[in-house]
Design a protein around this ligand. Structure first.
Ligand SMILES: NC(=O)c1ccc[n+]([C@@H]2O[C@H](COP(=O)([O-])OP(=O)(O)OC[C@H]3O[C@@H](n4cnc5c(N)ncnc54)[C@H](OP(=O)(O)O)[C@@H]3O)[C@@H](O)[C@H]2O)c1
Length: 323
């Protein structure tokens, strides 16, 4: 079968001819239609991820067909464990260490396979799993939002960030966004955000405070220097939830602002199997359609990775594996 494989540290990603997965007890081999990229795939391809093994087929997100021709979606977070608060030590994600979805066939645990939401195209289904579960747990489970609250989502061009926006609009939150790109702020406003700022402007915090009057929640994937400005733009009793650290170490965070305003900071990673099922029900109930930025043929995977690397996307970048 054709597959996009991270061959070795020096040889990088290549389109290879690779044997079909071996049948395994408790696993189903499903035929991939579309597979979406996550920033995780980019980090791994750059060697910036813990425990990289070679060779490995990347890809955590998939829309596929099972042996009965049922269209399916897969929860990519394996071995969550028994504690709903945190994943177990053996938790891992489809697409390293196990071979992932950038291939014509992928083998996945049976209990991780769900019927795909009928209102979505194959590309939209593939755009949903990892971003969807991460966004759902970060916003809905951790922040416990109430209708009418103010939410800031940073880096709105990101796949997870956009899912947070769509969930937040369904929950009737007042959403503000930040981005490095003015046109992405405009696109977010067209989707229903109330305003937005460019996080590269030194006064972005003052501007977004002016626009919103302050935030009950901030959802962030960047960390870094900007994070230290969050407490200042938070209302009392605000919740800050973060699922990524694209911009590195957080510094200069004022303890006084945190404790005086009774601010909570949550770290969040993907979600449990029951949260994945809840997320799918939420998507179906509100007829949410994940935003697909672009679709590339499998053989054109380099263009897809380059688009993510240069932050050009607004939404998910998808590979059409059947082509
Ligand atoms: N913990 C988890 O379970 C989990 C799950 C998924 C992702 N993640 C992590 O979350 C991050 C985003 O993942 P993704 O798949 O959504 O990535 P993505 O689709 O590639 O989006 C990345 C976005 O990050 C934004 N960004 C970059 N630098 C920023 C900064 N300094 N301040 C604010 N935003 C910034 C950019 O937004 P603009 O284009 O709007 O500027 C960019 O489009 C990655 O670090 C990823 O590893 C973690």
């Amino acid at each position: 079968m054709r597959a996009v494989q991270l061959v070795s540290e020096t040889q990088g990603l290549q389109l290879v001819d690779w044997p079909m997965p071996d049948p395994k007890e408790g696993f189903n081999i499903i035929q991939v239609s579309h597979a979406a990229l996550n920033h995780r795939d980019l980090w791994i391809s750059k060697g910036r991820y813990a425990g990289i093994k070679y060779p490995v087929i990347l890809g955590s997100d998939v829309c596929a067909f099972d042996e009965n021709k049922r269209r399916v979606i897969v929860n990519p977070g394996f071995n969550w464990g028994d504690d709903p608060r945190v994943q177990s030590k053996s938790f891992h994600i489809l697409g390293m260490p196990e071979h992932g979805s950038f291939a014509e066939y992928v083998s996945v645990p049976v209990q991780h396979i769900y019927s795909a939401p009928a209102h979505l195209t194959d590309a939209q289904v593939s755009a949903l799993p990892l971003a969807g579960i991460t966004a759902y747990r970060t916003l809905v489970i951790k922040c416990k939002p109430q209708a009418g609250e103010n939410l800031l989502i940073t880096g709105i061009g990101g796949g997870v960030a956009l899912m947070v926006l769509q969930f937040a609009l369904a929950l009737k939150l007042n959403v503000y966004v930040s981005s490095s790109d003015h046109s992405k702020i405009e696109q977010a406003i067209q989707l229903g955000a109330k305003g937005g700022v460019n996080y590269l402007d030194s006064k972005w915090d003052v501007e977004v405070l002016d626009q919103s009057g302050g935030f009950d929640m901030i959802v962030d994937s960047a960390g870094g220097e900007s994070f230290s400005k969050f407490p200042k733009i938070c209302k009392p009793a605000a919740r800050i939830a973060m699922y990524g650290g694209t911009n590195g170490v957080i510094s200069n965070l004022s303890p006084q602002q945190l404790f005086w305003k009774q601010i909570s900071i949550y770290g969040s990673t993907m979600g449990s199997p029951s949260e994945f099922a809840e997320m799918l029900s939420f998507i179906i109930q509100f007829k949410i359609i994940p935003i697909v930025d672009s679709i590339y043929e499998l053989a054109d995977f380099n263009s897809a990775f380059n688009r993510m690397n240069s932050k050009q996307q607004f939404g998910k970048i998808v590979l059409n594996v059947s082509k």
